[in-house]
Design a protein around this ligand. Structure first.
Ligand SMILES: Cc1cc2nc3c(=O)[nH]c(=O)nc-3n(C[C@H](O)[C@H](O)[C@H](O)COP(=O)(O)OP(=O)(O)OC[C@H]3O[C@@H](n4cnc5c(N)ncnc54)[C@H](O)[C@@H]3O)c2cc1C
Length: 428
């Protein structure tokens, strides 16, 4: 069994990893992007598509952060509810924000087709609840989408309907949402990076930002070179910044884990996932999610409140959880890969868009629900720079609440969990 943040199942199964030089010169560009993952590469490709001279720098290999470790669920929506967003920011802003997360997923599908990205994309995501008390929440959610969207992207599932997709006897009800799905995140990232380079953008790996100096032009000082530019977009997420940086003071760092089983026998696979590869998650509870992959494995993940130190015992503990959900697999599966990673969670679970100046943008805090929105966030910022779109204004209206350092590790985590479990209604 492999237990390492670097040797993920994605790293083993993704399409060929592209490799990029280290920046050792002084170069000039229109937009410099810091952070080589979903947000950064999305910004890079969009800037290049818009004819901008764009450069991205990444301290390791692209996809090293959350992106290359994600569960691969592409979820529309946010980790909070439309009603909660509306309470704070008004119905119109909340609806626009929510709607843009669907646009984000649509953009992923468009990119997959446009750039011919081979990333094992699975359309549709099944949300499952084992809790009768969540019934109204699921019904509200389905009603909300049926009311607001022209097409009918969502359907309610009874216990029996759920079993057709995933044999989970304890499921009470569910819903299947076509505007979400799953993929191999690294393959998607590599495809996007290749597309950006083909459009004329530059990527530098093993290149870390050391300082950003704003004068007439912006100078991004790296470990061995310099980028002089008109605009800078910082997309370093939970992996960026010192103790007083926005990435650290506006979010709480939490761990997410993933385990991946060895391939299952076809007979067992047909029993637990009669319709083949699929993606499932809980909603309105503490999150856990799984993918049945094209190569017949179960990929299971969710938040983890302690550090993962010992891969073997951690895998055994998580397998027990999985047996509880899918009792038919008990005794028939082994774990091949275990990894974890840190996500930055803002107090209100809404991603943060912050301007240091009109030329210097920072975005982060996509938490454990960040794949779709981070694949779109860079795009939104580039449009704001080019004055093409008003979506950035909606995003930036949602202000982060600073989190004092002294509460970071314990009180803040407990508060976040309580918020998730009790304080928030589960409505659309
Ligand atoms: C284990 C795990 C499972 C997850 N599963 C899911 C899921 O199934 N669905 C979902 O929606 N979300 C999931 N998430 C969350 C999701 O992966 C993230 O929200 C998303 O990938 C964030 O992308 P990003 O580009 O903003 O940041 P990241 O992917 O974290 O990338 C930040 C990049 O910035 C770089 N960087 C840091 N410092 C510097 C510097 N000084 N100079 C230059 N670059 C720097 C880092 O090296 C890194 O490459 C998961 C997260 C984890 C950890």
């Amino acid at each position: 069994m492999e237990f390492s943040p670097y040797v993920t199942w994605y790293e083993k199964t993704a399409t060929e990893r592209p490799s990029f030089d280290t920046l050792t010169d002084s170069i000039e560009c229109d937009i410099c992007i810091i952070g080589g993952a979903f947000t950064g590469v999305d910004a890079l490709l969009h800037a290049a598509e818009k004819g901008q001279k764009a450069v991205l720098i990444e301290p390791g290999k692209i996809g090293y952060g959350c992106t290359g470790r994600a569960g691969g669920l592409i979820e529309s929506g946010l980790n909070t509810t439309i009603d909660d967003l509306s309470d704070f920011y008004g119905r119109l802003s909340a609806h626009s924000f929510w709607n843009s997360t669907i646009e984000a997923r649509d953009k992923i599908v468009e990119n997959i087709r446009k750039y011919n990205i081979n990333c094992d994309y699975v359309e549709g995501l099944t949300y499952i609840s084992r809790n009768k008390l969540k019934r109204d929440g699921y019904i509200n959610y389905v009603n909300y989408f049926s009311h607001y969207f022209d097409s009918d992207p969502i359907e309610s599932l009874t216990h029996d309907d759920v079993q057709q997709k995933l044999k989970m006897p304890s499921a009470v009800l569910g819903m299947h949402f076509m505007k979400s799905g799953g993929f191999n995140p690294l393959s998607y990232l590599f495809g996007m990076a290749q597309a950006a380079v083909t459009q004329g953008a530059k990527i530098y790996e093993n290149t870390s930002v050391v300082a950003i100096d704003e004068k007439e032009k912006i100078t991004v000082q790296t470990n061995a070179g310099t980028v002089v530019c008109d605009h800078v977009i910082v997309c370093g997420n939970a992996y960026m910044g010192g103790e007083s940086s926005p990435e650290k003071t506006q979010t709480v760092s939490m761990n997410y884990f993933q385990i991946v089983t060895k391939p299952l026998d076809q007979e067992l696979l047909d029993l637990i996932a009669p319709q083949g590869p699929m993606v499932a998650a809980s909603r309105g509870d503490l999150r856990s999610y799984l993918q049945i992959t094209a190569d017949k494995r179960i990929l299971y993940g969710g938040p983890e409140f302690s550090d993962v130190k010992n891969g073997e015992s951690f895998a055994a503990q998580k397998l027990k959880e999985l047996y509880f959900y899918l009792p038919d697999i008990k005794g028939h599966v082994e774990v091949d890969y275990v990894w974890s990673g840190a996500v930055g969670v803002p107090m209100n679970y809404v991603p943060i868009f912050h301007k240091v100046s009109n030329r210097h943008y920072v975005t982060h805090g996509f938490n454990g629900h960040g794949v779709a929105i981070s694949c779109f966030a860079g795009h939104v910022i580039v449009d704001a720079i080019l004055e093409d779109d008003g979506l950035y204004d909606i995003y930036s209206r949602i202000k982060p609440r600073p989190i004092p350092q002294w509460v970071h590790h314990t009180v803040a985590k407990v508060t976040l969990i309580l918020y998730r479990l009790f304080a928030r209604r589960f409505n659309a």
